[in-house]
Design a binder for this molecule. Structure first.
Ligand code: TMP
Ligand code: ASP
Length: 237
């Protein structure tokens, strides 16, 4: 599969067109940003880890009935995916209070919820990705009510599956962010990535952070943490 035009470059990935208009190549970078691009750095080996972890997890999710954009892994940093129009929502599922939830509601990090929470942010850097509810999303014509219902169902199913999978690796899935897209026929599929950039992953015994919070909060050992979760997942699979 040949690259042609660079279609889009984001903070952590580049997307190329291919000679098939319905297929794109995603190329994962080692670059990392936080706080809406304010903090910048690189995490050695991140691109390859995020590519392989995403592909492995999306393969497994397909097997349990959640459609994704993934076609196949192409190389250490690259995956072939179906072209989608991204629905501009960050779909966040939380099992345990952390991050912006703890800050916004004044709840200590680590408080376990009786059931998962689901929230949407409007994917819009200029506005700082504001939190919004489903009627706001419909009013802004970001998605239809029916699409939001599908997204909610898939996001909770992803949580059920990944929570169990990570638990088997000795890792607690605290929270994560998903993005969805529409294929040319309108079908909603899971897109973007599932990686330590987009999930909070804590060691089950020590609660040590094994994700991008190590970069966001200058905790050190960022590369080791990414490598550690990848190794645990590969050992399990
Ligand atoms: P938050 O607590 O900062 O809202 O983050 C919730 C989850 O979403 C966490 O696992 C990190 C992930 N996330 C992203 O993937 N991209 C983002 O831009 C932000 C702010 C969070
Ligand atoms: N990647 C996001 C940014 O740079 C934020 C984050 O993951 O914390 O804006």
């Amino acid at each position: 599969m040949e690259h042609t035009n660079l279609l889009y470059e984001g903070k952590a990935k580049k997307v190329y067109e291919t000679d098939d208009p319905q297929q794109l190549i995603v190329s994962y970078k080692d670059d990392a940003t936080a706080f809406n691009g304010l903090k910048k750095g690189t995490i050695g080996g991140k691109g390859a880890i995020n590519n392989h972890m995403t592909n492995l997890l999306m393969d497994r999710l397909e097997q349990v009935g959640i459609p994704t954009h993934l076609i196949r892994e192409l190389s250490s940093r690259e995956a072939l995916v179906k072209r989608v129009t991204i629905i501009p929502l960050e779909v966040i599922v939380r099992n345990i209070a952390a991050g912006s939830f703890s800050k916004r509601y004044g709840v200590d990090e680590g408080v376990v919820f009786d059931q998962p929470t689901l929230e949407f942010s409007y994917k819009n850097d200029a506005l700082g990705d504001p939190l919004l509810n489903s009627s706001h999303a419909v009013a802004l014509k970001l998605a239809t009510t029916q699409e939001l219902e599908t997204i909610r169902r898939y996001a909770l199913a992803v949580n059920d599956f990944l929570k169990k999978l990570w638990a088997e690796c000795g890792v607690i899935l605290v929270d994560f962010k998903l993005e969805f897209g529409r294929l040319s026929n309108g079908t909603v599929v899971l897109a973007d990535e599932i990686s330590p950039d987009t999930c909070r992953l804590w060691d089950a015994k020590t609660h040590e952070k094994l994700d991008k919070d190590r970069f966001r909060r200058d905790l050190g050992g960022v590369e080791d943490a990414y490598q550690q979760v990848m190794t645990r997942l590969l050992r399990h699979s």
